[in-house]
Design a protein. Sequence first.
Length: 109
Amino acid sequence: MFHLSLICLTFISLTIANKIRKADVPFRIDEKGRMWLNISGKNYTLTKNLNLRIKDDHCTTKIDLSRANEKEKEAKKGIRHMIVSCKDLPIENETSEGKENATVTEKAH
């Protein structure tokens, strides 16, 4: 009986946890013909060389999504670079006028 209860609870948990959301996402096309998706206030675009760019009011994130080369296919793994560039938020009691410093963090995955 205990095992049956455990199986039922596991099934219910997996059913609840794996809900799929589907939405119609608005997009626009800029003057260069690039399509931008806007999701929750963030702009997403994919370049011709498969770099994903995600931009909001504070940060820009670029992720290399290029296809795997032969060596990576054989190893079934590889590394892609991600660059995050954010404007520093002003320190309390300090004016942000004219201060748009950028911090860049590069992570390899």
